[in-house]
Design a protein around this ligand. Structure first.
Ligand code: ADP
Ligand code: ADP
Length: 226
């Protein structure tokens, strides 16, 4: 049973009939626990697709359906952005706890243990009480991942999460993300322009055409993990 179903999803920017067609009659089903990457060059509509999933932009046509049990897409997703977007005057631990803090002090206290566990899984045990500026870019992005996982979302959405990192850090984080995913098979929708990253991580790779909004092919990756 799919956790998310895209049917004839279409998004135009600008006037009806004119403007940019950023997503064009796209059909896709994402199964529970599947890791799906969307790959394509800049401008092919990847970010727009994620914005549609998050409800940050209205659809022009078609529909995106989520498995019915969730009250809202926000309740079932965690989001990792290209920039970690950490609050500079809060510690690493408090940054992970931002989604809890928004729900009050009691919730924050209740979630602190889990936040520390996530920091441990991401190799940041010793950095919980430091501040973002004391961390490398790769470590800051790990904090962003921990924050997205705090409330155990059903679906993890990642928009070029390693795009701002150098090649070595990027490779390391890719391997660590793979480890993390093997332990706790979440549904992941991962946007990247790196084919190698997509192939390494994914069950399926959705390759977009340079012309915005269309799928060139969907590749099943079944040779990867032992
Ligand atoms: P990608 O994430 O793959 O780089 P985008 O989704 O950002 O692609 O963009 C897809 C197309 O839609 C591009 O032609 C882009 O210029 C256009 N586009 C994106 N956002 C807007 C917007 N807010 N208004 C108008 N055009 C946009
Ligand atoms: P990405 O890294 O996803 O390719 P871009 O640099 O293409 O992002 O776009 C950055 C932001 O500008 C996005 O929020 C996108 O929606 C918006 N944008 C992109 N193209 C246009 C456009 N032609 N008109 C207005 N906004 C745009």
């Amino acid at each position: 049973e799919p956790v998310m179903t895209f049917s004839h999803v279409t998004k135009h920017y600008g006037p009806a009939g004119g403007g940019t067609r950023a997503v064009d009659d796209l059909d896709l089903e994402i199964a529970d626990g599947e890791f799906v990457s969307i790959v394509g060059p800049s401008g092919c509509g990847k970010s727009t697709l994620l914005k549609l999933v998050m409800g940050l932009e209205p659809l022009t046509g078609g529909s995106i359906e989520y498995r019915a049990e969730a009250t809202s897409i926000q309740a079932m997703t965690g989001m990792v952005f290209q920039q970690p977007l950490l609050l500079p005057w809060h510690t690493v631990l408090d940054n992970v706890l931002v989604p809890s803090a928004l729900q009050g002090r009691a919730r924050k206290r209740a979630d602190t243990g889990h936040a520390r566990t996530l920091l441990g899984m991401l190799g940041l045990t010793d950095f919980a009480d430091r501040y973002p500026y004391q961390l490398s870019g790769g470590m800051q992005q790990r904090v962003g991942i921990a924050r997205a996982l705090l409330h155990d979302p059903r679906i993890l959405l990642m928009d070029e999460p390693f795009g701002a990192l150098d090649a070595m850090t990027r490779d390391q984080l890719t391997m660590d993300l793979l480890d993390l995913w093997e332990r706790d098979r979440k549904t992941v929708l991962f946007i990247t322009h790196s084919i190698s990253e997509a192939v390494l991580l994914s069950d399926r790779v959705v390759v977009m055409t340079p012309r915005p909004g269309r799928i060139a092919e969907i590749v099943d990756i079944d040779v990867r993990r032992p």
